[in-house]
Design a protein. Structure first.
Length: 186
């Protein structure tokens, strides 16, 4: 009996160890496939022109330089774009947190007719890929008209493209991408 138990335990441990080794090899391989291009581009960004033309230099530059980053920051207004991105992300994140908490509380606390339909539509926004909504949203914000009022007075619609307003409208109404997931979590 003891001999059978030891044999069973040894087989089980062998399968477990081999399974773990294969799992780790798969994870290491996938990590390498994902991280290799990033590491290569990062090391290339620190190279001078001489290092880029030298075929012997592949990963570690001989002449380490930050001039590439200085040039990019100078000609692309990087810090202005970084400040604007931070402001927009912070503003939309805070607004969405409050709106989704408010909606999530209402759906969880109150029982009303159509609650199941609203919840189903919320789940649909989680499951549907964002690309299905992008064209419709683009057209909606390109020819923006609030209940036909703007076109009534001006004869034209307004374009909200290249402005902050589409993000603000989506955040305040709770219709931004993946807001259904945030409502579900709240």
């Amino acid at each position: 009996m003891k001999r059978f138990r030891n044999k069973y335990w040894a087989e089980r441990m062998t399968k477990l160890v081999i399974g773990n080794i294969l799992r780790y090899l798969l994870l290491i391989g996938l990590s390498f496939i994902i991280l290799y291009p990033l590491i290569l581009k990062l090391s290339t960004s620190f190279m001078t022109e001489e290092d880029l033309l030298d075929t012997l230099v592949v990963y570690i530059p001989r002449n380490f330089t930050l001039d590439n980053y200085k040039v990019v920051a100078k000609y692309t207004n990087y810090f202005t774009a970084l400040k604007n991105t931070f402001f927009i992300s912070f503003f939309c994140g805070i607004v969405q947190m409050f709106i989704c908490s408010y909606i999530g509380y209402g759906l969880a606390r109150f029982k009303f007719k159509g609650r199941g339909l609203v919840t189903m539509l919320m789940y649909f926004t989680i499951l549907a890929p964002p690309s299905t909504f992008q064209t419709a949203m683009y057209l909606k914000f390109r020819y923006f008209d609030f209940f036909g009022i703007i076109k009534l007075f001006t004869g034209n619609t307004i374009s909200l493209l290249d402005t902050f307003w589409p993000l603000a409208i989506l955040s305040f109404t709770g219709f931004a991408f993946k807001n259904g997931l945030f409502i579900f979590m709240m």
